[in-house]
Design a binder for this molecule. Structure first.
Ligand SMILES: *Cc1c(COP(=O)(O)O)cnc(C)c1O
Length: 235
């Protein structure tokens, strides 16, 4: 558990350095500590070390952790969102990173209004056009963003992506840049506000920050390796 505090110190130092390199204030970047597959004790240790925000990818796994941790802990949902789970998710998660279709956005909007909530959401983009990954195709998002932005009950923070796997951190840079350019283009052409970019994981969060990332989702670099078969990043 001391390891977790040391890892957090190291990562926060690297985040600060990446912000300095790119001339950005460190307050621009939120570290989301991805605690999927790790027990509530590990979250408690990170929280005690000063980390307030955690990411989970499965509602069934998250719920018992949320129940035993202090209510001041803040939760982001980073997994693939199943429509029939949204009603359970919305009350617990202040940010949903994986809204990947207009249909899902519409359902989330209706539920948010019904429940009197205003969740913050990221629209997930399949920036590499991979068959295995979820998310909006960039063209589709261009056609639908104006209608999505008009939906009541949702605060759209911006775009999220999981780039194609590559051999090293640098290989992710062009995908991160492409997401930022897509965001700039959508803002310019459709008059929407997309201030945030959720991109970067343990292997490439510094590059993501250099390319404009505002939310980095870091798991194994904080908590250690996950068991094989439990760490699928499917998006
Ligand atoms: C698991 C996961 C992460 C964290 O991955 P690490 O490589 O452990 O940092 C980030 N984002 C999503 C969507 C994930 O599923």
């Amino acid at each position: 558990m001391e390891r977790i505090a040391a890892n957090l110190r190291e990562i926060n130092g690297r985040i600060r350095a990446a912000c300095e390199r790119s001339g950005r204030p460190v307050a621009d970047v939120e570290l989301v500590a991805v605690s999927k597959t790790f027990p509530a004790d590990a979250v408690a240790a990170a929280y005690a070390a000063g980390q307030p925000v955690f990411g989970e990818s499965r509602q069934q796994e998250a719920e018992p952790k949320i129940a035993v941790l202090p209510s001041a802990v803040r939760w982001h949902f980073i997994g693939r969102v199943q429509r029939n789970k949204l009603r359970k998710l919305l009350p617990h998660f202040e940010v949903i990173h994986g809204i990947d279709s207009s249909k899902l956005a519409t359902v989330a909007s209706g539920l948010a209004v019904e429940l009197g909530l205003r969740p913050q959401v990221f629209l997930q983009v399949n920036i590499g056009g991979e068959a295995s990954k979820g998310g909006f195709e960039p063209d589709v998002l261009g056609a639908e963003i104006a209608a999505i932005a008009d939906l009541p009950g949702l605060e759209i923070l911006g775009l999220m992506t999981i780039p194609p796997a590559g051999p090293d951190a640098e290989s992710a840079r062009r995908w991160f840049r492409r997401l930022r350019e897509l965001r700039d283009d959508l803002q310019a052409r459709h008059g929407v506000r997309l201030p945030a970019l959720s991109m970067g994981m343990s292997g490439d969060y510094e590059v993501a920050i250099e390319e404009g990332g505002t939310h980095v989702r870091v798991g194994s670099a904080i908590f250690g390796g996950r068991m094989v078969g439990m760490d699928a990043v499917t998006g």
